[in-house]
Design a protein. Structure first.
Length: 467
């Protein structure tokens, strides 16, 4: 049976000849004989390894190009025993031999590791298509292709699709490519820096040794690179804990995209980041405190050690911080039961947003509290600071906690960043964040008699479409 699932049919007719007797037939004058012989050898897979040299000669010398291609495929079916011959093919002057040899090594995969030096050298081929095929082959070989990582990094300065092939190959090589990618984070070419960070993100937890380099990158001036570095740390997860300090700094002073990526990274680091986040919570500006509370809330139960500080934040001087604290406690869930007395007091606050957030939190911490659910519906039904259409209010009144949570989250975000001064603009933007779950209510709102109510749906729908 062929090792790699040959696409050739087995030779029909009388009993098969031994491999050694088939080899001379590869040079027969009749094309049909050569074709049947190649098909026979291909169908034998690894059992035809004694014919590897002869098949390679057919690849190089047969008069018919289609038979040369068939010989290359038959050689690939032999598997690892064909690798020495395919390495010779990678170095051949004939472009067809090079192309088919690279393709064969890609199909053999990790067992073609001996070909890595030759393939790394072939990345210098003047033909970009050939270089792309070589990069693909190195990716198929995977971690054993680590020695070629430096040469692949050089391709990151090229245009797609060659660059995309290099990124894919480096990601599949995995941890073995990390040292070269870390060095490339300081390359002069902007594309090399960016795609090195992006590739580290694709490697994920296997790129943990890149954490110090990525943490340093967060301190640079390149805004796009800093965001990509934060995204890579998010993909690495808890092992990115050594980068908590620069991530918090990015959360404090970075642009919107960087703050979002830093928040995601800190969330995924989880409990290991809580102590540093709490230190900053006590000292930060209101916007920073609000962002930190958001991160702690996203961590959920992993942030349970933050409960005392979150209870304290319910009495913060800033009106956007207090609801965030309540929402964070709700997301921590039953582990935040100690906060119930403080949340109960907040349910009576003058600020309707805090009342809603606190009541929602109570329902999340204590799902058996029916009074809290009743108050939540009552409060939200009467709270329309940004005039959403009636259909949307009705949708939220059914007690869908996820939608209410999103609504409050993004209303706070609107207040923090002042996206538009008009109520109509603010409500469009806030509702767009509610997600596709809100579409049924928005469809109902399209039938509203009021022109404003119908027109307000346009922005959210277009947002869903492009997301």
């Amino acid at each position: 049976m062929a090792l790699f699932g040959s696409g050739f049919p087995a030779a029909a007719g009388p009993p098969r000849l031994p491999v050694k007797d088939l080899v001379p037939l590869l040079k027969d004058e009749q094309r049909s004989v050569r074709l049947r012989t190649i098909q026979d050898l291909a169908s034998r897979g690894t059992a035809a390894k004694a014919a590897a040299g002869a098949l390679f000669t057919a690849l190089k010398e047969d008069k018919e190009q289609d038979l040369r291609l068939d010989a290359a495929r038959a050689l690939t079916q032999i598997g690892p025993a064909a690798v020495p011959w395919l390495i010779k093919g990678v170095q051949d002057k004939d472009w067809l031999v090079r192309q088919e040899s690279v393709r064969g090594l890609a199909k053999i995969g990790p067992e073609a590791a001996d070909a890595v030096p030759a393939l790394a050298e072939a990345l210098k081929d003047p033909n970009p298509k050939t270089r792309g095929r070589v990069a693909y082959a190195l990716g198929e070989i995977g971690p054993p292709a680590g020695p070629a990582a430096e040469a692949l990094v050089e391709l990151l300065k090229e245009k797609d699709p060659l660059r995309a092939r290099a990124v894919r190959a480096l990601a599949k090589i995995g941890p073995a490519a990390v040292p070269g990618l870390c060095t490339a984070l300081e390359a002069r070419h902007p594309a090399v820096r960016h795609w090195s960070a992006a590739t580290l993100a694709m490697i994920g937890p296997g790129a943990s040794k890149a954490v110090p380099a990525l943490g340093q990158t967060l301190k640079g001036r390149d805004r796009t690179l800093r965001s990509t570095a934060a995204a890579a740390l998010a993909e690495i997860g808890p092992q990115a804990a050594p980068a908590v300090a620069p991530l918090i700094e990015a959360l404090k002073s970075g642009g919107r995209e960087l703050r979002a990526q830093a928040a995601q990274a800190l969330t995924r680091i989880g409990s290991l980041a809580v102590a540093d986040l709490l230190d900053t919570l006590r000292l930060g500006q209101p916007a920073t405190r609000s962002n930190i509370l958001y991160v702690l809330g996203q961590m959920g139960p992993a942030a349970k050690k933050a409960v005392p500080a979150l209870i304290e934040a319910l009495a913060d001087d800033d009106s956007t911080v207090r609801p965030r604290a309540a929402m964070a406690l709700g997301r921590i869930g039953t582990a935040a039961r100690d906060a119930l007395p403080a949340l109960t007091r907040s349910q009576k606050a003058a600020d309707p947003l805090l009342r809603i957030a606190a009541t929602l939190a109570v329902t999340q911490i204590d799902p058996e509290d029916k009074k809290a659910f009743d108050q939540l519906n009552e409060e939200f039904a009467g709270y329309t600071p940004i005039k959403p259409p009636p259909g949307l209010v009705a949708q939220l009144n059914v007690g869908r906690q996820t939608l209410i949570t999103r609504y409050i989250d993004f209303y706070i975000e609107v207040n923090n960043h002042r996206f538009g001064d008009g109520l109509s603009d603010r409500s469009k933007w806030a509702m767009a964040q509610l997600g596709p779950d809100a579409i049924p209510a928005m469809v109902r709102a399209l039938n509203d008699e009021a022109t404003d109510a119908r027109g307000i749906i346009d922005t959210p729908v277009r947002t869903f479409y492009f997301v």
